[in-house]
Design a binder for this molecule. Structure first.
Ligand code: FES
Length: 126
């Protein structure tokens, strides 16, 4: 492992833990997308491609690592407010850039996510 490695754990929606190692600077959601090919249980949808217009990339972080991150933007908070399974340490994974201080964190995928565009709760612009 080099200093730029960020080892952490992803707990999938069925509760199974997966030890993974990212690089500092990786975006958490896109890193998870790369893992999915080898590990289909690690599914983070990311319906809006990181544009803060969905909450399908919702994850729940271990609290000491949640505290290491900068505060979420108001737009992220607004999206999180609509996310099922919201917790005090919820974040949108597309907004998280991995860094060495996050080594050892646990990223739990909530049991459910909701895509407001697909479910029709948010009208699509015409
Ligand atoms: Fe939609 Fe993160 S992918 S808010």
């Amino acid at each position: 492992e080099s200093a730029a490695d960020v080892p952490f754990t992803i707990v999938d929606r069925a509760g199974k833990a997966h030890a993974v190692t990212a690089k500092a600077g990786d975006n958490l959601m896109y890193f998870a997308h790369k893992l999915q090919a080898e590990n289909p249980a690690i599914v983070i949808e990311g319906a809006c491609e990181a544009s803060l217009a969905c909450s399908t990339c919702h994850v729940i972080l271990s609290s000491q690592h949640f505290d290491v991150l900068d505060e979420p933007s108001e737009q992220e908070d607004d999206m999180l407010d609509m996310a099922p399974c919201l917790s005090a340490t919820s974040r949108l994974s597309c907004q998280i850039v991995l860094k060495p201080e996050l080594a050892g964190m646990t990223v739990s995928l909530p049991k459910f996510t909701r895509n407001f565009y697909v479910d029709g709760h948010v009208p699509e612009p015409h």
